[in-house]
Write a new protein. Sequence first.
Length: 82
Amino acid sequence: MYIHLGGEKVIRSSELIAIFDISIEKSSKLSKKFVAAALNDKRLERIGEEEAKSIVVTQNVVYYSPISSSTLKKRSRMLLES
């Protein structure tokens, strides 16, 4: 199954590790370091031009998504229930 992250970006649900609200980046030193490391390793990808609302962690890439974390979590739960 697949999850739409915004724009034209779709990932396999099996690649999904975590979905976080963007506010975690401002409130946690550990998450800041994690995102900085992904940027340094060229594994950070911004989806679209809109302001990021969530951070999506996959096996190989960290995405800034314009879709809220609650919406993305609902989409991922729908796949589990199918």
